[in-house]
Design a protein around this ligand. Structure first.
Ligand SMILES: Cc1cc2nc3c(=O)[nH]c(=O)nc-3n(C[C@H](O)[C@H](O)[C@H](O)COP(=O)(O)O)c2cc1C
Length: 63
């Protein structure tokens, strides 16, 4: 099991619908690649935890 934690900052005001798109696309892709995790959004910053096989998680990070 490989775990990755990272932070990112939005460059512009992100809409709720954009976050919903990220969640929907992420849940679909992640479940197909046995990746689980957590996505937190606060004050225009994301914190994300991704867990799974190392190559799968690193591949997702590149995406
Ligand atoms: C903060 C953040 C977290 C994301 N987490 C995931 C994820 O867990 N799984 C995934 O497949 N894509 C994830 N994505 C990628 C998005 O679903 C989407 O593919 C990416 O933002 C590119 O969107 P676009 O093709 O509309 O430019 C994430 C994107 C962002 C900004």
């Amino acid at each position: 099991m490989y775990e990755l934690v990272y932070c990112s900052v939005t460059v512009e005001n992100i809409r709720l619908s954009d976050i919903q798109d990220i969640l929907n696309e992420g849940r679909d892709f992640n479940s197909k690649h046995d990746i689980t995790g957590y996505l937190l959004f606060f004050n225009n910053e994301f914190v994300q935890i991704l867990e799974g096989e190392k190559e799968e998680v690193k591949g997702l990070l590149k995406k």
